[in-house]
Design a protein around this ligand. Structure first.
Ligand code: SER
Length: 414
């Protein structure tokens, strides 16, 4: 039975222009407190926290890294039950490296933690929405008039999600229906409609909707896994409906701390301050360097080592992107300047082994990349003053081991 099935007070609706966080009722928790508050909220409602959280997916999973909180749960969704119970939570670190060039904007990181909650055929999706609303407003002090939600608006295959529409209407939040509110992990397997909670991050009062104004930040996705997509494209119902929610911890912390980006939190401020003191970089590049080095520390903590293929290519690429940026202005900059407190603070937060050989790996990678850059400069001297063809790029890669990114960085075309 649901322990607190309905809202016990009406949302506050105000129009004055004040910060996202209501500082009079909310003193401003740090990341660990936010995490604790999330887990406590769901624990009080009968949810069991799941152990784990490694970036490496379970054995047999073809994907290199875990990309969402629900990722390790997929086989349980398919069966509609989980051995540890019908109400669960987890905190899952995730890695996404698809759009590396976008890292440095306000709301994206390569490595982030997702807070998840699940109901395996237990409470309903509307209940999940109500609890979500209660936690964000009463629990974290986010203002209701800075929230906007989206729901599945229907398509030729599945009817609109009128239940969520009605629930949000009763709670009193503005709703935007869209046929994009559909969640799946891949072309086949469990899937369903979702309802996303967005928070206004702009300076003035909110304008537009999540689809029309990018200052609405997607914070929390509540999915109702109802179907399984078959290989021939048909949908069949799952044995039991599963509620699956996922919320980005870094975004949540930024919003409750009144920050304007995921880099503006108690966890990233030390990175920006300490690295900013050592290396003069513009804001975008400083963010990128902080993001990539932090992700590298966690990857190493999870046991991944740099290499040329598979998982190992990810830390190698991240480290090389950092070095390319640092050496652009000053090639005496070194990763040995990375302060210990950033490394140990990160390993500690993610509960990773404190004796992870981060410094040694960074030193080895820096030496290896330094050799490659010197060789690249020498070889590319022959191509100076003319554009490179695709054939040149292939030759430089296959014969001299020079990756395209590096060649483009070092080449002087005219
Ligand atoms: N599966 C959804 C997501 O990853 C909610 O957990 O966003």
């Amino acid at each position: 039975m649901d322990t607190k099935p309905t809202l016990d007070r009406e949302p506050r609706h105000t129009n004055e222009d004040t910060p996202i966080r209501d500082s009079t009722t909310f003193p401003g928790p740090d990341t660990e407190q936010v995490l604790g508050r999330f887990l406590d909220f769901y624990r009080e409602r009968g949810h069991q926290p799941l152990p784990g959280g490694s970036l490496l997916p379970p054995p047999g999973d073809p994907v290199l890294f875990t990309t969402s909180g629900v990722h390790p749960m997929v086989r349980h969704l398919d069966r509609g039950e989980h051995p540890l119970g019908s109400r669960l939570t987890n905190v899952q670190r995730c890695l996404r490296t698809k759009d590396l060039d976008e890292v440095g904007d306000d709301w994206h990181l390569t490595l982030f933690e997702m807070l998840g909650s699940w109901s395996f055929g237990d409470y309903s999706h509307p209940q999940s929405l109500r609890w979500g609303y209660r936690l964000l407003t009463d629990g974290f002090g986010l203002r209701p008039d800075r929230l906007h939600v989206t729901v599945f608006g229907g398509n030729g295959e599945v009817r609109p999600d009128t239940e969520s529409l009605r629930t949000w209407g009763e709670i009193g939040l503005p709703v935007e229906p869209s046929d994009e509110n559909w969640w799946s992990l891949g072309p086949t397997g469990p899937c369903g409609t979702d309802s996303e909670i967005h928070v206004w991050s702009g300076d003035g009062p909110p304008t537009g909707t999540p689809h029309s104004d990018p200052r609405w930040v997607e914070l929390w996705n509540h999915v109702e896994m109802r179907y399984r997509r078959l290989g021939d494209g048909r949908l069949e119902p799952l044995p039991r409906r599963v509620v699956d929610t996922g919320m980005g911890l870094d975004r949540l912390v930024a919003l409750v701390q009144g920050g304007r980006s995921v880099y503006d939190t108690d966890r990233f401020r030390p990175w920006r301050r300490l690295l900013g003191e050592r290396w003069q970089l513009d804001e975008q590049l400083l963010r990128m360097v902080c993001d990539h080095l932090r992700s590298t520390v966690v990857l190493l903590g999870d046991g991944v080592r740099p290499g040329n293929t598979g998982r190992g290519y990810v830390p190698r690429r991240l480290i090389r992107r950092v070095l390319t940026t640092l050496w652009r202005d000053d090639d005496s900059r070194s990763l040995s300047e990375l302060p210990d407190e950033l490394v140990t603070g990160t390993l500690r937060h993610f509960r990773l082994p404190l004796d992870t050989p981060v410094r040694q790996v960074l030193r080895d990678e820096q030496r290896r990349f330094g050799d490659l850059v010197r060789r690249g400069r020498r070889v590319l001297g022959r191509y100076r003053g003319r554009p490179l063809t695709d054939g040149d790029l292939h030759y430089l890669h296959d014969t001299h081991g020079l990756p395209g990114d590096l060649v483009r960085e070092l080449h002087v075309p005219g």
